[in-house]
Design a protein around this ligand. Sequence first.
Ligand SMILES: C[S@@+](CC[C@H](N)C(=O)[O-])C[C@H]1O[C@@H](n2cnc3c(N)ncnc32)[C@H](O)[C@@H]1O
Length: 334
Amino acid sequence: MGPDSSVRPLSDCMRERNTSYYQSSSTSIYSDFLTYAQSPQGQLTRAQAHEFHARAREHPKPRHEVLEAGVGEGAFALGFLQELQRLDKAQGTDIHSRVHYTLCDFSKPMLDKAKTRLEKEGFAHQIDTREWDASDADSLPLFGADFIRCNELFSDLPADAYMRKGEQLLQARFDDKMGLHPAPADWAELDDFERKLLFALPESYVLPFNRLARDSLFALVQNLHPHGKLDVFDYGFYRADDFSIPSEIWNQTLVREFNTQWTVDLNFLYLSAALSSEGHFARVEGQEDYVNHWLAENAGAKPHPSSGLDYDSPTPADMQEDDFFYHLEVKKHG
Ligand SMILES: C[S@@+](CC[C@H](N)C(=O)[O-])C[C@H]1O[C@@H](n2cnc3c(N)ncnc32)[C@H](O)[C@@H]1O
C-alpha cells in the first residue's frame, strides 16, 4: 500500500487551511479565538505605545514609520495610537501626530476591517494598508520602518515539524483531524542548526522549525531604520521549563485548530538563534515581563475578570496562556 495522501507535512495543512480561513470575507476571527491584542484593557498594545513613545523621545524624527504585520481587525493598531495620544497629552509631546502607520496583511478582508475601524476612530490621515503574504519573504516590497510590530502572526505561517528518536529522524505528518503520523525522514532535510537543536533538546518531542517565519523576519529586519526595532509577540517555547510537559501532551497540543484554521507553537530558540547567526540583536523574554516592565506605573489597574486575558493575578486557567507567551525583540546589525 502506498503512503496515505491525506497524511501530509504540517506546512501543507497549514498553508491550505489558513489561506482560505483568513482570506474569506465571512471569517470573524475573534469569534473563534482571543488574542492579547484585543483584550479590553489592551495591556500589550499599551505597553508597546509606552516603549515607542520613550524611544521616539530619545530619537525624535519628523516622521516615525510604524509597520504592523498580521493586523487582524485593527485592535493592536488602535490601542497603540490611542495610547500615544494619551501619553502626548500627559507629557506635553506631539509624537502621535508624527506617526505614519502601515497595516500589512495577506488578507484583504482583514485589512479592510482594520482600516474601517481606524478610520471610524479618527486615524484615517495617518494609516495606509499593504497586502503582503508573510510566508513569501521575497515578495516584501522595500520600505523603511522605525518600529515593526507583530502579534500572533508567525504562529500562523506554515511550518514543518520533526522529532528525534535516538538517532532516527521523524517528520511530523498530520491527517485532516490533526492526528499525528510520524514518518521516517532524512537528516539531509535539516540544516546544521536544526540537527543540533534536535540533539540538544529531549527526544520524542515534536519540534516545529518555523522556516517561513524566520525568512520573513530576515526580510522585515532588513527594512529597519537605524535605531529601529522589531517586536514579535506569540505563543511558543523558549525556556527549559517549557519541556516539563510530558512529550505525549506536548505533541498533542503543539498544533491547535480554531474553526478550521491551524496554528503552531513558535520555536523562539530557533528564531532567535537564526537572527543572531546573521549578526542581528535578538532577545527573548516572557510577554508578561515585557508588559510589566513598560506598564509598571499601571500595576494597580486590574483587567476585567471576564476577559480571560490577565497578566496581573492569573487564575489557574489563565496561567498556561501567560506561561507560553513570549516577546522576541530584534534590532538590525550594524
Ligand atoms: C491570529 S490573527 C492575529 C491578529 C492580530 N495581530 C491580533 O493579535 O489580534 C493572525 C493575523 O495574521 C494574518 N496572517 C496570517 N497568515 C498571514 C500571512 N501568510 N501573511 C500575512 N498575514 C497573515 C491574518 O490575516 C490575521 O490578520
